[in-house]
Design a protein around this ligand. Structure first.
Ligand code: NAD
Ligand code: IPM
Ligand code: MN
Length: 375
């Protein structure tokens, strides 16, 4: 019997609720498909931070690194200043394991209302490939007041390190802030290659490069150059560029125009919540933070949803679809397909569904309905 070691961080808010449901479904899939998952559970999140002061230590990171994959719920809590947990746990893991690809599929499910036209919707399949370790996420920035400011900052990355010495002089005492984004050619090329490979495997072999090279000319100009360099290796894939603002509009108006979209980090963050919106709910969007040669992390796209946390009504399907991606990654393809079929079945049936998609079922009732379809 195959055994898989999974690091599990349920995190905050609805995170533990959707992860509990996911673990139950995974257990049943294991029974049916002859594998077991051995979890290493980590308590990191708001509660643990408020109690102990620990965010995520290097020794915990090392423990996580011994596992085959990571399953994460969500991070963020109204009691903790924004950024502490999100950057200190989620981004720290993405960076530490060099999970440079954030693959976020957008699928349309039977029986789920969406704001887009229904014509051909069920055949529509979008894949966002979001760069996941650079751009404005590198964490270089500062807020200052007064007339002068002098800062030294250092950024260490996989194959480069940068030192910045910044001297600012402003007139008056206007409080100001800056944040530096970084894109490297190698960082852009590797994620763009992944997107091309994905586009090549799809029926609609098309890749849309998303940027804002008309305004953020340096960073996204380099992104576009990297795209052109990689493009030469894939003459069989149709390509186009589009500015992020136009993509946001077209995703609602003519989503069938797209197949795979490759985006810098921040635009990918925003567009994938829009992707969830056109699916009908954030409760249906999964995410794989992938390092093809290392430890990958799977999580729902959504956050800790403090507005519904503790009520037992979070939609578990986004986390389940993330688990589905994880199963494929750890070699349990059949289990992943079984899960996909069961999710489709339960959604199409319209009997058990959470309030975000118009039902009144609880998280665990939806999980139980999915488990029932697995037998
Ligand atoms: P959110 O994704 O938590 O919630 C946005 C809206 O979607 C809310 O109305 C929420 O109720 C709804 N929603 C989210 N998940 C749902 C689910 N599974 N079922 C039904 N409805 C669901 O975003 P937010 O409110 O902007 O952020 C809340 C916190 O989460 C913040 O601290 C933020 O930093 C954090 N966050 C974390 C992640 C992550 O861990 N990956 C992602 C996004 C936001
Ligand atoms: C996401 C989240 C994170 C991001 C935050 C919480 C750091 O919004 O996974 O989409 O911006 O990547
Ligand atoms: Mn996001």
């Amino acid at each position: 019997m195959a055994k898989h070691r999974i690091a599990c961080l349920p995190g905050d808010g609805v995170g533990p609720e959707v992860i509990m449901a996911t673990k139950n479904v995974l257990e049943k899939l294991g029974d049916k498909n002859d594998f077991v998952i051995e979890y290493r559970d980590f308590p990191n999140g708001a509660e643990h931070y408020l109690k102990t002061g620990e965010i995520l230590s290097d020794s915990t990171l090392r423990e996580i690194g011994k596992c085959d994959a990571i399953l994460l719920g969500a991070l963020g809590d109204p009691r903790v200043k924004p950024g502490i947990l999100e950057k200190g746990i989620l981004l720290k893991i993405r960076f530490a394991f060099d999970q440079f690809i954030n693959h976020r599929p957008v699928r349309f499910f039977p029986g789920v209302a969406t704001p887009i036209s229904s014509a051909g919707r069920e055949n529509l399949s979008l894949d966002f490939v979001r760069e996941n370790t650079e751009d404005f996420y590198v964490g270089l920035g500062r807020r200052f007041s007064g007339k002068k400011d002098k800062t030294e900052m250092r950024l260490d990355r996989r194959n480069y390190s940068m030192e910045f010495k910044i001297k600012v002089e402003v007139e008056g005492e206007n409080e100001s802030a800056y944040q530096i984004g970084i894109i490297s050619r190698s960082g852009a090329k590797r994620v763009i290659k992944y997107a091309f490979d994905l586009a090549r495997r799809k029926e609609k072999r098309k890749l849309t490069g998303v940027d804002k090279a008309n305004v953020i000319t340096e960073m996204y100009g380099l992104w576009r150059d990297a795209f052109h360099e990689v493009e030469l290796l894939y003459p069989d894939v149709e390509t186009e560029f589009a500015y992020v603002d136009a993509v946001a509009m077209n995703l609602i108006r003519i989503p069938e125009r797209y197949s795979v979209l490759v985006t810098p980090n921040l635009f990918g963050d925003i567009l994938t919540d829009l992707g969830a919106g056109i699916q009908g709910s954030l409760g249906l969007s999964p995410s794989g933070n992938i390092n093809p040669d290392g430890v990958s992390m799977f999580e729902p796209v959504h956050g800790s949803a403090p507005d519904i946390a503790g009520k037992g009504i979070a939609n578990p399907i986004a986390a389940l679809l993330a688990a589905e991606m994880m199963l494929t990654r750890i070699g349990e393809k059949k289990a992943s397909e079984d899960l996909d079929r069961a999710i489709h079945f339960v959604l199409a049936e319209r009997r058990k569904r959470t309030p975000d998609i118009g039902g009144n079922s609880k998280t665990d009732e939806v999980a139980a309905a999915i488990i029932e379809k697995l037998t």
